[in-house]
Design a protein around this ligand. Structure first.
Ligand SMILES: Cc1ncc(COP(=O)(O)O)c(C=O)c1O
Length: 413
């Protein structure tokens, strides 16, 4: 007998469990049974301090709590507070803006909202976006939710070195089947591997897409998910590649998914922006128009308090400096944890994917679920991906890191 369903046909069968939140639940159950000290919770992409407590930035916290209710709670304009739209651009580029480009932004509920708009407004219904093979699982969910598919490009070769070969091959193949293509990059400090593309790799990418764009019938949209950029190194260095998006052919649109979630540790405040970069004023204006319409049609306004916070931070150097200092302290903390893990992995010969910076380290595995289950028996909770295991350095207290690489190496046997 077929199972009864009340849904519209497009929604039938939807809703498998979110892997990250399923692991988080297991970790929380184990904490309730055995206590916090006995459980390693490496599942969630949020920063926890070395006492295992949720980490916030004191200056952000204080600023919020002192905000007048009209700024905190009133509606924001549909596209976002105008001063937020400028601030999001300033924060995303700092001093690395491309010279010959029109740049527009739209407020969205986090980077998720920005990704949603690109998938919905720039991938044809029923067609596919091209995403990396190591990816934030939500890309797939958002595409499926909007009746779009995906194809993956390989990020690393058989020796786990970053490669652009597969990206190029897949792009060329897909551009034969589709007239438009959205290609996703999650860099710097990629989730789940921590890889950051170099400036030279970006130069190669931009040259390649300029070549593809010679066929004026093709529309190419790059989506750069920069959720972790503020934990990836010096701002001028991590953003240098953005200058390459100057004077692009008209049929290349670059979009940035900008998120306040990690940069200000305000994940639940749901604030970010979609930023569009085009050499054509007309395309930039269209970008603003269609994505504002989508805001109205999907969630209406964004979160005013978070928008006001960013606007104030970007126009108040002292406030910005204080927050930058607090963020840098967390960056150092996560780096300390990662260094311990990396060092031990090297000592015990545990293969990792190339890590440069950020919240996560990934161990490749043939049967990730089995390895995650084995680690779970030792009260170590990490996320099994399709081809590996994701360890959240952001959430594991430093004193719990030593021994993890060794236990993982054993569990892999
Ligand atoms: C790769 C990546 N992109 C985007 C996001 C978006 O997060 P948010 O919607 O909270 O800004 C996340 C959050 O986990 C992420 O890991």
């Amino acid at each position: 007998m077929t199972q009864m369903s009340m849904t519209a046909s497009n929604a039938t069968g939807k809703g498998a469990n979110d892997v990250v939140f399923a692991v988080l639940k297991k970790a929380n159950d184990a904490i309730a049974r055995y206590g916090k000290d006995k459980v390693v919770n490496g599942s969630i992409g949020a920063i926890f301090d070395d006492e295992g407590n949720f980490a916030a930035m004191p200056t952000v916290d204080e600023y919020y709590r002192n905000m007048p209710s009209a700024e905190l709670m009133n509606y924001a304009p549909i596209a976002g507070l105008p001063e937020f739209l400028d601030a999001a651009i300033e924060s995303a580029f700092e001093d690395q803006k491309p010279e010959k480009a029109y740049i527009k932004s739209i407020a969205t509920p986090g980077g998720t909202g920005a990704v949603r708009h690109v998938f919905y407004n720039y991938v044809e219904p029923g067609e596919k976006a091209l995403i990396p093979d190591w990816f934030w699982a939500n890309y797939k969910t958002i595409l499926a939710e909007h009746l779009r598919g995906h194809e993956t490009y390989q990020m690393f070769d058989s020796e786990y070195k970053f490669t652009l070969a597969s990206l190029k091959e897949k792009t060329e193949k897909m551009l034969k089947a589709q007239n438009s293509l959205v290609i996703v990059f999650n860099t710097p400090a990629h989730n789940p591997t921590g890889y950051s593309m170099s400036y030279e790799e970006w130069e190669e990418v931009v040259e390649f897409f300029k070549g593809c764009a010679q066929d004026k019938n093709k529309k190419i949209v790059l989506l750069v998910d920069m959720a972790y950029i503020d934990y990836a190194g010096e701002p001028a260095e991590t953003r240098r590649f953005l200058k390459l998006f100057s004077d692009l052919p008209e049929n290349i649109l670059v979009t940035l998914a900008f998120s306040m979630s990690k940069s200000f540790l305000v994940y639940g405040m749901r604030s970010g922006a979609l930023i569009g970069i085009s050499s054509s004023q007309e395309i930039a204006e269209e970008f603003f128009r269609v994505n504002s319409f989508s805001n109205r049609g999907v969630w209406s306004n964004g979160t005013r308090g978070a928008q006001k916070l960013l606007a104030d931070v970007m126009t108040n150097p002292d406030l910005k400096q204080k927050i930058d200092n607090e963020r840098n302290a967390y960056t150092k903390l996560i780096k300390k944890r990662s260094d311990i893990f990396l060092q031990e992995a090297q000592e015990v010969g545990l293969q990792l994917l190339p890590f440069k910076a950020g919240f996560f380290i990934t161990v490749p595995a043939d049967d990730p679920k089995a390895v995650a289950d084995k680690l779970g028996e030792n009260n170590i909770f990490v996320v099994p991906l399709q081809k590996g295991l994701r360890f959240a350095m952001c959430s594991i207290p430093t004193h719990q890191i030593a021994g993890l690489a060794t236990k993982t190496k054993e569990a892999l046997k």
